[in-house]
Design a binder for this molecule. Sequence first.
Ligand code: ZN
Length: 509
Amino acid sequence: MTAYQQFEAHIATLSDILNSISILKWDARTQMPPGGAQTRGYQLATLSRLANEHFAGDKTARILDAVEAEIANEDPDSYRVRAVRQTREYYEIVRRIPAELTAKKAALAPISEHVWSEARQNNDFASFAPYLQQMLDLAKEQAQAIGYSNHPFDALVFEYEPSATAASLRVLFDQLKAGLLPLLQRIVANDKPLEKDLWQHEYEQDKQKAFGLEIAQRFGYDLNRGRLDIAPHPFEISFTCNDVRITTRYHKNFLPMALFGTLHETGHALYEQGVDPSLTRTALTTDFLGQYPVGGTSYGAHESQSRLWENQIGRSRAFWNVHFDRLREYFPEQLADADADLFFRSVNRVRPSLIRVEADEVTYNLHIMLRVEIEMGLLDGSIQVQDLPEIWNAKMQEYLGITPPDDRRGVLQDVHWSGGGFGSFPGYTVGNVMSAQFLDAAHRDVSGLDDALARGDYASLLGWLQSNIYRHGRAYSATELLQRTSGSDLQVKPYLTYLENKFTEVYAL
Ligand code: ZN
């Protein structure tokens, strides 16, 4: 056996354990009866411990030493060398995090999440504050252990968005705000109610599901290697490119919830199903830190694909010009006196609102910036936990012009901080920005793409995304993917231009 074969076998075992953890998590969130929770917790803890022992142990160091010597003269750009280099990078990070810290965090997270969920229900921030403080202290410890040169946030955001830092995000946010805030003001000033409210009708759930799946398959989602289930907090999860599952949730009136939820998760799934099968069970599809969606290169890169298919395709006028009649075949009475134009405008309403997950394309990033700025402040000590509700509400007023009437719909709305997930929010906004750069690059490379999209033909777009992004798995960083396709780093201009053009049309600005 060569050293490289040994390395591959070692990582394949880790990949199998991590994918088994994912299957148990999928089951827990979609199928498991409530009584299974406690034993499922033991199963997950055992497998996580085995995965960590397997990867963080000295054996990995010996395997890496041997394989690094063996491939020393190979092309530094090859998949083989990239796989080894990435594994070394993550190994050194994992080794810096003390086992006691990981154990403390793992033990506290479920308790803290439970307290948060009760606190949210009771609108009682004070009861959650001490747990948030403990999770924050552990996050700070982890940042110290990993190390950083400028801001503790840099050490934590690396898990999710390796190309980002506190400093780069501040620049990105300032550029975005300069475009988004004036656009939002113009929209609010021009807002008037639509002729008809399409969401006062009831839409049968089985038909909602059938239409969503029909479109998902048209986009290219392969049900031989996928399935759609219901989950209260929708997600996509994959256990190699051969089994990529999505979930959504249904509202009997508000049709967009399940439909765009399905298309969003389909975008994630197309990424996973599009990874080159030769990368299955290798380092280039293995999630060393237990955080990323498995196949993709970063949260942002993954989110760029869910946003692209959900918003830039699924909420476009071209899309509804092609597909509205088909939707009306499913719901002839509900949509009897609607047309593609009204539907397009109905699914692109912009309104400053309290809840991030319900936000539209224009206001969504403002919700993210608020969270990231607060996280940075918590980590560097410029914001104290007990002041959070007040700071949250002040920022909501500043960015969105509204103040939450209670903490339930304010600082308590997201689960992320209760589980210690500091650093995960920027991926949403980075993904939005990336999605416009990728789509511009596809338009430049694929002739007749507009015509194909206007016909409801998504094969050429999917083909371009597969060969330029998906098939590489985690081989290239988000920045490398942007440079290889668009010729530049992360740029806000294409995204702001996209929003400006779209909402100028929607609101006749
Ligand atoms: Zn997503």
